[in-house]
Design a protein around this ligand. Structure first.
Ligand SMILES: Cc1ncc(C[n+]2csc(CCOP(=O)(O)OP(=O)(O)O)c2C)c(N)n1
Length: 627
């Protein structure tokens, strides 16, 4: 039996010696590496936070004290310590543990997360609620330096400094977001000064403050408190102290002595605290330490080599096709600018960033800023392509509407991960974009049925003089040949893929493939299908759809999206508005619920949006029993 086997709740670690804590940290790391090597997951972030996690559990009394992880992707050690070691093998699997913190999963998870930069705001809310409830237990929010690039984090810091409650914010600084962290903040956090420089600076600043009438002496005394306080005045502490936080650090986030001592010291503090902890992403697993970007979020791999298990079959992913087409288009169009919010790898823009460094921007985890920044570029004749995952673009609803659509600015939204994304679960599925974009005047929305159509749609989007949303799925394409010079599509024109007299299927995006699969089975049951590849959610090809809906009354719409306000709703509204009401129309999509985590194909089957769901619906429409 290992030491880890004896730990049933985090209370069990409180009696451990420092040496035992070190052994436990090693065993936790091995457990994380073993499970993630099979299931995939956020390895490097979780490995970097093992000692910090143990120290927090050692010093604080969880779950009475509340621990809130930002994003929650670094919380694997926390899961293992809080009664989930036995089920840790199910991490990210269907019906298994979530890859993020989830309140429904454990009382030790203080907040449900997946999107970045919420921990300070949520922590402050919990902290104030405790205050009103006369509960003096602690609230600890752990936020990474990457997540601290978002405006939301500063909104949280700002109010925390105002309310002056005892929120403890731990800044887990590994100098990395997914990629190396970006922006002025990251250079502030890593700023170090030579002793000589500090001494000179101290003398100059000290003399300056002493010279100020009345207040000068007081400020000088505060500054002089110690050498350390002077350092914090001109290093990262300055930023947080401006927000009324007491700043401690930076300290070594892998050293138990330092961590435990300082956490004990700040535990009973009554003001907002910021503890700056330096960690190493991927700590303890050499391949991840060497390549933390790859091991940030990784698929299954071989532990000895760190090499991916999945062999590529040569078919590019939608993301790769987008990335390579961007490079091609940018060659002949110097107005094209690429913008990403902390996801240069994930959105396929690395090659673009290398070839066109002056036309590429990683703005950090700042989706709202990315959109308004792009709007500004567009006002001066540039053609920004903002590549953001569907789920993260949710953050920028107002910026798309207010800053882009009102003036009909030519900003292209390359919306990756549209649809069911798989193991990352409900916080990450891209199932709401048609709804939140459809309602915006001036917006064009399109979704390709395959990667070649994606290439054509990107040309269309870049050519169009107004806002365009181009939504495509996670994963590899269908394997079709990609034209050498993809042609622009006619905006608002759909495509008839198959003609049959018994059933009309109107599908969008990847669901067109599901419709085609279903049609083969239905033909064997003597149900002949017309399939329309809608291509555009907005504007719909009303003339074509009305033409067919007037002939074929049994209709199915299919989308990998929620039904409410989605593609099927758009078709239904358009038909009713045009007086086409003598139809029997069924919509296939996600009913009013969140989709859990698991493999994409299993989720699509269980949430009834795959070809089998189309077949079953078609058979019902035709009064035929389902086998
Ligand atoms: C709003 C939002 N945008 C993008 C992401 C994708 N994402 C997940 S973790 C991460 C990097 C976070 O960096 P940091 O907070 O420093 O944590 P680390 O992984 O370095 O420990 C990003 C960009 C996200 N989760 N939420």
């Amino acid at each position: 039996m290992t030491l880890l086997d004896t730990i049933k709740t985090s209370k069990d670690i409180k009696q451990l010696s420092r040496d035992e804590l070190k052994i436990l940290a090693q065993q936790i790391r091995e457990r994380i590496i073993k499970v993630v090597s099979k299931n995939g997951g956020h390895l490097a972030s979780s490995l970097g936070a093992v000692e910090l996690t143990l120290a927090i559990h050692y010093v604080f009394d969880l779950p009475q004290d509340t621990l809130i992880w930002d994003v929650g992707h670094q919380s694997y050690a926390h899961k293992i310590l809080t009664g989930r070691n036995d089920t840790f093998d199910t991490l990210r699997q269907y019906n298994g543990l979530s890859g993020f913190s989830k309140m429904k999963e454990s009382p030790y998870d203080g907040f449900t997360v997946g999107h970045a930069s919420t921990s300070i705001s949520a922590g402050l809310g919990v902290c104030y609620a405790k205050y009103l409830n006369k509960d003096d237990s602690n609230v600890i929010s752990v936020i990474g330096d990457g997540s601290l690039t978002a405006g939301l984090a500063y909104e949280g810091l700002n109010q925390t400094g105002d309310l002056k409650k005892n929120l403890i914010v731990i800044l887990n600084d590994n100098e990395m977001s997914i990629s190396p962290n970006v922006g002025a903040l990251s250079s502030l956090l890593s700023r170090t000064f030579s002793a000589k420089y500090l001494q000179n600076m101290k003398n100059r600043v000290g003399a300056f403050f002493k010279s100020l009438p009345r207040i000068g002496d007081d400020i000088y005394k505060i500054l002089k408190r110690s050498e350390e306080s002077f350092k914090t005045f001109i290093t990262p502490g300055m930023l947080f102290e401006a927000f009324n936080f007491d700043y401690f650090g930076p300290i070594d986030g892998h050293n138990f002595d330092h961590l435990i001592e300082i956490l004990n010291n700040i535990k009973n503090h009554h003001d907002p605290i910021l503890l700056h902890v330096i960690t190493k992403k991927g700590k303890g697993y050499e391949p991840a330490e060497k390549n933390p970007v790859y091991f940030h979020g990784v698929g299954s791999f071989t532990i000895d080599t760190g090499k991916a298990n999945k062999k590529s079959n040569g078919v590019p992913s939608y993301t790769q096709v987008f990335g390579s087409q961007m490079v091609k288009l940018a060659k002949n169009n110097d107005k094209i600018i690429a913008v990403t919010a902390a996801m240069p790898e994930g959105t396929g823009l690395i090659e673009f960033s290398k070839i066109y460094p002056d036309r590429f921007f990683d703005v950090g985890i700042a989706e709202q800023h990315a959109v308004t920044f792009a709007a500004g570029l567009a006002t001066k004749g540039l053609k920004p392509v903002v590549a953001i995952y569907s789920t993260f673009l949710q953050r920028a609803f107002d910026q798309i509407l207010h800053d882009v659509c009102i003036e009909c600015l030519p900003v292209v939204f390359a919306i990756d991960r549209g649809g069911v994304v798989g193991e990352d679960g409900p916080t990450h599925h891209g199932l709401f974009d048609y709804s939140y974009l459809r309602c915006m005047p001036n917006m064009i929305i399109m979704a390709p049925k395959d990667e070649n159509e994606l290439a054509g749609m990107l040309v269309t989007a870049v050519d169009h003089d107004g806002p365009v949303a181009l939504r495509y799925p996670r994963g590899i394409g269908t394997g079709v040949k990609i034209e050498d010079n993809p042609k622009p599509l006619v905006i608002g024109k759909a495509q008839v893929i198959e003609e049959g007299e018994d059933l009309l299927i109107i599908a969008i995006g990847k669901s067109v493939c599901e419709a085609a699969k279903a049609s083969i089975v239905l033909k064997n049951k003597s149900i002949n299908t017309t399939i329309i590849n809608a291509r555009f959610v907005k504007p719909l090809d009303a003339a074509l759809i009305i033409k067919y809906a007037s002939k074929i009354k049994k209709i199915i719409t299919v989308e990998e999206h929620v039904l409410d306000g989605g593609f099927g709703s758009a078709v239904l509204e358009m038909l009713v508005d045009n007086g086409v009401t003598d139809i029997n129309l069924k919509r296939i999509g996600i009913k009013d619920r969140f989709v859990e985590h698991g493999p994409q194909d299993i989720l699509k089957h269980d949430y009834k949006i795959d070809s089998q769901a189309i077949i079953n619906t078609a058979l019902k429409l035709h009064g035929t029993s389902i086998e």
